[in-house]
Design a protein around this ligand. Structure first.
Ligand SMILES: Cc1cc2nc3c(=O)[nH]c(=O)nc-3n(C[C@H](O)[C@H](O)[C@H](O)COP(=O)(O)O)c2cc1C
Length: 183
């Protein structure tokens, strides 16, 4: 896929099935993440690749978080199933390091760029994905399970796999609605 075509036509796919990326395809996705813009070379990232038993483990973390947060019975029942919406879930974390020049928001922005890069690298290789967060991304029990400090941030759960259905591209937006010209 041509780079510009990818940029102009990227879309998410929530309906995912096997196969998940593996081998060189998966390594390309990881390397794309590590090319994210990175002010002062802090590399403020940590990624957890969940598949197979890892999805079960992630589901248990969600279930535990739902119980501790006093969520409804329905939500507690659903929590362990959430990661199984794809054959692979990449947990993307901004690992914050205090730095005079690089505030927290920039480190979170860098980790967010990494998520986008991974989705694009997946699509470029014929896979598909969707970036999800939901309340578990902010949940203290979930953060604790990943051994995160208070200022670390789960920027997303990137669900990856192969497209289960053909997805129609959303209509193109008018650039004039978002871009103002100065000069
Ligand atoms: C930070 C972030 C968090 C998101 N969280 C969710 C989510 O929890 N659930 C969801 O259905 N979509 C979520 N989305 C939106 C999808 O990733 C996707 O962008 C959206 O469905 C629109 O599809 P498109 O990417 O093809 O335009 C999130 C997007 C971002 C950037």
């Amino acid at each position: 896929m041509q780079a510009l075509d990818l940029l102009l036509n990227r879309s998410s796919q929530p309906r995912l099935q096997t196969p998940a990326p593996e081998g060189q395809s998966l390594e390309n996705i990881k390397q794309a993440a590590l090319r994210a813009p990175d002010h002062a070379c802090l590399s403020p990232w940590k990624f957890i690749v969940c598949q197979n038993q890892g999805l079960t483990r992630l589901g248990k973390v969600f279930e535990q978080a739902a119980i501790i947060a006093n969520k409804s019975e329905k939500e507690i029942e659903r929590a362990p199933q959430l990661p199984f919406r794809a054959p692979m879930v990449m947990v993307a974390i901004a690992k914050y390091t205090e730095n005079d020049k690089v505030p927290w928001v920039e480190q979170v922005a860098s980790a967010s760029c990494a998520v986008h890069a991974m989705q694009m690298a997946a699509v470029a290789q014929g896979f598909a994905g969707v970036w999800r967060t939901g309340s578990f991304a902010q949940d203290p029990t979930v953060k604790q399970a990943f051994d995160l400090s208070e200022q670390d941030e789960i920027v997303g759960f990137l669900y990856l796999g192969s497209s289960a259905v053909k997805r129609l591209l959303k209509p193109k937006k008018d650039s004039a609605d978002f871009f103002e010209n100065w000069g």
